[in-house]
Design a protein around this ligand. Structure first.
Ligand SMILES: [Fe+2]
Ligand SMILES: [Fe+2]
Length: 312
């Protein structure tokens, strides 16, 4: 049991570490609210990588050539890897992978709203790489210096791969733009659908973003939503021009954003149903792997701390 004085000292030491731009590591003391914020953010990020495999994954069997299939397979597989690094980083905060998956499936934890939009044409594979992975890079490069060590280190490798994803998307769109009128129209139509949802990936405007201030004081976030959104537009506008597409220029619909976040987007139900099915189908694999490793599956690793704040 720590006294109020001890706790104040621990908190001061914690904040000093952050202010020096050093990392907080899993064994270090941290305030409960910092731990909860990180669990929410890193898990949401992990879930986004895993759910994000679905829209593009649906095109693997319909890729127009062997080369395009190989590229898309590698890209989607990278996203699975990102999800795994990030689930591991979340586990260092004392939540088990099973608990995280359960919170995703039950809707208690969220994932990026962008993945609730369908991929309707092959041009969408290019647009997702260019705009969605592009927006992810803007969000994630600053996170390489985030205050929690395992998260920051996972981001360094993830960012390298996201940058490859962005280029492969751009290369696909460039190839289509050099093709027929019909292909050019497909690209423009796809960009029209994805541009605004991609801008909304940065989250609500700063004035409405409840968590930003505290997250910045803790060094979890280093830039505000609006700053990152502006940076992304700046980066993307010249690329759109080189590509020969027009970026739609109208107001973002934040009511739509909140509807999609709360489960009312075009694909929310389908995404979660698919994830649940995959999780259920994989139960025997997890059991077999645990039995092979001689583990007791009734006490999953890391579950000595639950995010409700109970500690045993
Ligand atoms: Fe990723
Ligand atoms: Fe990616």
């Amino acid at each position: 049991m720590t006294s109020a004085v001890d706790e104040a000292q621990l908190e001061a030491g914690f904040q000093a570490t952050i202010d020096r731009k050093d990392r907080i590591e899993p064994r270090d003391w941290m305030p409960d609210a910092y731990r909860r914020t990180l669990v929410r953010q890193v898990a949401q990020h992990a879930h986004s990588e895993i759910i994000g495999m679905q829209p593009e994954g649906s095109w693997i069997g319909r890729a127009p050539s062997l080369r395009r299939k190989a590229i898309l397979l590698a890209k989607v597989q990278d996203e699975a890897g990102h999800g795994l690094y990030l689930y591991s980083a979340t586990e260092t905060l004392g939540v088990s992978r099973d608990e995280l998956t359960e919170m995703l499936i039950s809707g208690r934890q969220k994932y990026s709203s962008i993945f609730n939009y369908p991929a309707l044409s092959y041009a969408d594979v290019g647009t997702i790489g260019w705009l969605v992975d592009g927006a992810a890079i803007c969000n994630q490069v600053p996170l390489c210096r985030t205050s929690f060590g395992p998260y920051g280190r996972a981001m360094i490798r993830i960012c390298k791969e996201e940058s490859f994803h962005q280029r492969q998307g751009y290369e696909l769109l460039m190839t289509m733009m050099r093709g027929t009128d019909e292909q050019r129209a497909m690209v423009q139509e796809s960009v029209n659908r994805f541009w605004k949802p991609a801008l909304m990936m940065f989250g609500p405007p700063d004035a409405e973003s409840a968590n930003t201030e505290q997250s910045m004081a803790w060094g979890i976030k280093t830039h505000t939503n609006d700053e990152l959104r502006a940076r992304f537009i700046e980066m993307t506008a010249p690329q759109a021009e080189a590509l020969g597409v027009t970026l739609p220029d109208n107001e973002l619909d934040w009511d739509e954003f909140w509807t999609v976040v709360k489960g009312g987007g075009p694909c929310n139900e389908q995404r979660i149903a698919h994830r649940k099915q995959a999780w259920d189908d994989g139960a025997w694999v997890r059991e077999a792997a645990a039995a092979f490793a001689g583990l007791d599956t009734s006490s999953p690793r890391g579950s000595d701390y639950s995010i409700t704040g109970r500690q045993s």
